[in-house]
Structures are given as structure tokens and as C-alpha cells.
Design a protein around this ligand. Structure first.
Ligand SMILES: Nc1ncnc2c1ncn2[C@@H]1O[C@H](COP(=O)(O)OP(=O)(O)OP(=O)(O)O)[C@@H](O)[C@H]1O
Ligand SMILES: [Mg+2]
Length: 498
């Protein structure tokens, strides 16, 4: 980060809008840049006024207009850091906007760089093209290690081994230094030692605060998914792809996977199981929330998602119902000044170019809503289509669901149950078993084949009501997506059954 800032200052950029919640880190990097370039550094906030860091002199100026005036009087080759600048641009004062523009112009000729530090993106349209927006990247593993060492030393803990450190640092990846410091400290207070579980929990909570990403803890593994053998094989082959061994071997890290198909057939379940199969943390993106009402907010959201996902890499980024988040890009332009296409475009180009090992699992059940660019080669490694489960798959799903609800599958005739649920999805099979449990509980009994059959006579699977849509989806996926279930097996079974 220091190098990027330094290069911009040297190249004569008059204005940088720097997004970060980490004032202390920003300031220490800027001090280093100023030292390297032999530039002056002034730091301003509304309470302290404009402080000359080297000379310790202070100019009294306690609002945006005053500080902009003061900047004009500073000598050449100076960097000026303005703290909390988003506050002044939430509802910009027209005089301050005009002055900022003028100061940028004179700064350019006099080797000054104005750095507006903000924790969110707020730029008046008049200034959007005059200032470069930069995200101050999250701390690297080395920076977090310094924080960790500091906490360990102040808590007088025994010296940590390298491997022990890795687990704590992995748990802290994606947090700011302050957040990591607090999480490490909390784990010491709660457990008397450093505890990766506490750190991971704190991280989950901090991410939840911005509402875009969520860390999901899941117990699902590929064994919890019935059927979908082709899809599971594909995942198993890539299981080791993120290991250090694979990286050294020179395997490119897989980009990701789009799973589309009929509702209730286990797409979300597979997404969760993927993280467990890969042994990676799972981040869920709420794509619908990327769009914010204020100018620049959506773009800022995308950048923050990308930044966090990359900081947490290797990880699995799960985008559930992707069509809901990105369909706006079609109608955009007319409705929102092109924001959603821009947001969508920057996300797509990240998907294509990303170097960090972030594996994307996207799920969708309405392809007609998905923009075609999304489906082009290179974005996802593979597109899988999940159909209704076949006989063999339904049998496996019955077994899994019965066991999941604490009953013994061998007490049931799974083949018969599977036959009786032709046209049912996995979710519907689960629902049928849950209904049977309720019915049996009311009668003080255990569920059995007979009571399940009774429930099934009344159940109407969605596939009957949605036959047309399902056929459309099947037609669309032919030749475009790979079946999640090996087709040979299915036709073979059908032939035997006939
Ligand atoms: N193949 C399967 N194997 C085991 N359980 C399944 C399977 N398919 C569905 N289920 C059960 O149904 C539940 C719902 O499935 P899931 O949420 O994964 O469906 P989905 O395909 O994501 O549906 P939607 O398109 O509506 O989001 C799962 O949590 C699981 O209990
Ligand atoms: Mg789902």
C-alpha cells in the first residue's frame, strides 16, 4: 500500500480519496511515505486543527472551508491528510466543494497532495473525476503477526510456535488491525489464552455489521448431499487445489462454479458442502444488498466485498440466487444511471482476473434472469445443471434425511419410499419426512413406511405444478450446462426399469 501511495504522490496526483477505517495504520504509512520522499506532512481533524507532523505546529481551523484555505498557504511538496472527510461530503457545502476543486488545481502545480481519509465512499459528482479513489488494503499476514505478537507479549503468554501462529492469523484474516487486536485480546480474556475459535467468531460478527458478507459455519459435507455424483466428483478432484502442494506443483486455483437448477434440489446445500470439502472458510454474499441508494455506494460495496474475500483467501465465496443480485444490469442505464451495470461489470472482471484463491460458488434457479456475460467461458470453470433426483438419488436422499432426523434408515424400505416420491425434490422429501415425524409424534408413535406413504398420497410435488418451467430449464441447459448427475447411470436405470 505504501508503494501505491508513494507512486501517486510522485506522479503528482493532487487528490486521493482513501477509504479505510484504520486511521492509525494510514497515518503510519503516510509518515513513512513522507519520510521517503522528503515531503512535509500535515494532518487535520475537526477537533485538533491542522498539525504539522514534523514541526509540531498547529493551525487553528475547525471546519472544511477553513482547512482548505489553510492548505493554500502551505509550502510546496507537502502531503495533507484530512480525517473523517466523508462527513463533509455527506451533505456537501457548495463553498467547500468549489474550494476543494480550486485547491486541487493549485496543489497540482505546487507538488501538494491532498488525501481525504474516509471510512465510506462519498464524493460529490463535481469532484468525482478530479480525485482518485483508493482502498487502503486490509493488513497483510505479517502486519497481523505483529499485532498478535504484541498481544501475546502483553498477556505474558508462552512463545508461540510458527504453526500455532498460522491458525490465529488465518482466523484473523479479513479484519483490520484494530479488529484483530480486539479479537485476540478478547480471546485471552475469555479463555486465558489465544483461541482461534473466539477470533473467528469475532470476525464473523464484524463482517455481519456491514451486512454484505457473512461467515457461515456449516456442518454439511459432501456426504450430506444425496446423488449429484458428477458434481461431487468434480468437487472432489479439486479438493486439494488450494493446498500448498498444489500451488507448488503449479496448478492454477479453480475460479468457481455455477450451479443452476430446480428449486429444492440441493444447490445451496452443495455450496455449503463445498467449503467443508475444500477445508476452507465459507463467506456468503448477499448480492441484493450490493446496491446502495447513494452515489458511489454500490461501487464501494463491491470493492469492500472483493477486498475482504481476497484478504480471507483461500476461501469459498458463495453467491446464493445470483440472478436476484445481478439481474438489474439488464435494465440498467434507463433506471439508475448505469450503476448496476457498472457494479456488475466490475464484479465480472474481478471474477475473470482474480489471482487470489477465492473459489466462487454461485447458485441460480432462473437462468432467463441471468445476463449472458455471466455465463461466458472463463467466468466459471463449470456450469452444472441439477435436475429432479432419479430413483437412486431419491433413495440416497431418503437415507440422508432419515439419519439427519435421528432415525435409523435401515428401519425403512428406502427403495419403496424413493419410488413413491418420483418427481419430488430433496427438499420435498425432507418435508415429507418431517410431516411424518409430526404425525407420529401426535400419536405417540415412531414414523414407519406406512405412515409416510399416507402422507405421500396427499403431497403434490412442485414439479407437477411447475412442469412447464422445469421443461424450459431442462431445454435451456442442454448443451450449455453439465448435468450434475451422470446421465449414463440414469438412462441405464431407466432402461432396467422399463
Ligand atoms: N440432494 C440432496 N441431498 C440431501 N438433502 C437434500 C438434497 N436436496 C435437497 N435436500 C434437502 O433440502 C433442503 C433444501 O435444499 P437447498 O436449499 O439446498 O435447495 P436449493 O436447490 O438451494 O433450492 P432453492 O433453489 O430453492 O434455493 C436441504 O437443506 C436438504 O435438507
Ligand atoms: Mg438455495
Amino acid at each position: 500500500m505504501k508503494e501505491t501511495i508513494k507512486n501517486h504522490v510522485r506522479a503528482g496526483y493532487p487528490g486521493i480519496y482513501l477509504i479505510s477505517a484504520e486511521e492509525a495504520r494510514v497515518e503510519s504509512e503516510l509518515k513513512a511515505v513522507a519520510g521517503d520522499l522528503k515531503h512535509g506532512l500535515h494532518i487535520w481533524s475537526i477537533t485538533t486543527g491542522l498539525v504539522d507532523v514534523a514541526q509540531k505546529g498547529v493551525r487553528d481551523c475547525h471546519d472544511a472551508v477553513e482547512v482548505l484555505q489553510a492548505i493554500g498557504e502551505l509550502p510546496e511538496n507537502t502531503m495533507i491528510l484530512l480525517r473523517d472527510w466523508h462527513v463533509f461530503w455527506d451533505d456537501p457545502n457548495p463553498v467547500a466543494v468549489r474550494m476543494f476543486k480550486e485547491e486541487l488545481r493549485s496543489a497540482k502545480t505546487r507538488g501538494k497532495t491532498i488525501i481525504a481519509l474516509a471510512c465510506r465512499q462519498r464524493i460529490p459528482p463535481e469532484l468525482e473525476r478530479e480525485i482518485v479513489v483508493m482502498d487502503f488494503s486490509l493488513p497483510t499476514a505479517e502486519e497481523l503477526e505483529t499485532v498478535l505478537d504484541g498481544i501475546a507479549a502483553s498477556a505474558k503468554l508462552p512463545k508461540l510456535k510458527k504453526e500455532e501462529k498460522f491458525t490465529f492469523l488465518d482466523a484473523a484474516k479479513g479484519m483490520t488491525t484494530t479488529e484483530a487486536e480486539n479479537a485476540f485480546a478478547l480471546s485471552v480474556v475469555e479463555t486465558g489464552e489465544l483461541d482461534a475459535a473466539v477470533v473467528a467468531r469475532q470476525k464473523a460478527e464484524t463482517l455481519k455489521k456491514n451486512g454484505l458478507l457473512e461467515v457461515i459455519e456449516t456442518a454439511e459435507s459432501l456426504d450430506s448431499v444425496g446423488g449429484l455424483d458428477a458434481l461431487k466428483d468434480w468437487l472432489r478432484k479439486r479438493k486439494e487445489a488450494f493446498s500448498r502442494h498444489a500451488v507448488e506443483y503449479g496448478l492454477p486455483s479453480p475460479k468457481g462454479l455455477l450451479i443452476l437448477g430446480i428449486p429444492g434440489t440441493g444447490k445451496s446445500l452443495t455450496a455449503k458442502a463445498t467449503a467443508a470439502a475444500f477445508g476452507l472458510p465459507l463467506l456468503k454474499l448477499d448480492a441484493g444488498r450490493l446496491y446502495g441508494g447513494l452515489v458511489g455506494q454500490s461501487e464501494g460495496n463491491v470493492r469492500s466485498v472483493i477486498q475482504t474475500a481476497e484478504a480471507m483467501a483461500p476461501c469459498v465465496l458463495w453467491i446464493d440466487e445470483i440472478e436476484k443480485g445481478f439481474n438489474g444490469s439488464k435494465s440498467s442505464g434507463a433506471t439508475d444511471g448505469g450503476t448496476s451495470s457498472r457494479v456488475f461489470g466490475s464484479f465480472l472482471s474481478w471474477m475473470q482476473d482474480k489471482k487470489a484463491p477465492v473459489f466462487i460458488v454461485a447458485t441460480a434457479n432462473d437462468v432467463s434472469q441471468l445476463p449472458p456475460e455471466m455465463l461466458r467461458k472463463g467466468r466459471f470453470d463449470e456450469l452444472f445443471f441439477v435436475d429432479l433426483p432419479n430413483q437412486e438419488e431419491r433413495q440416497a436422499i431418503w437415507g440422508i434425511q432419515i439419519a439427519k432426523h435421528g432415525r435409523n434408515p435401515s428401519d425403512f424400505d428406502l427403495g419403496h419410499l424413493a419410488k413413491a416420491t418420483e418427481g419430488f425434490t430433496g427438499a420435498e422429501i425432507e418435508q415429507a419426512f418431517v410431516d411424518a415425524l409430526f404425525a407420529a409424534f401426535a400419536e405417540n408413535k415412531e414414523p414407519g413406511d406406512l405412515s409416510i406413504s399416507e402422507i405421500l398420497t396427499e403431497a403434490v410435488p412442485l414439479s407437477r405444478l411447475m412442469a412447464e418451467q422445469i421443461n424450459e430449464l431442462r431445454k435451456w441447459s442442454k448443451g450449455r450446462a453439465r448435468p450434475a448427475t451422470n446421465p449414463e447411470k440414469e438412462t441405464l436405470l431407466r432402461r432396467i426399469a422399463a
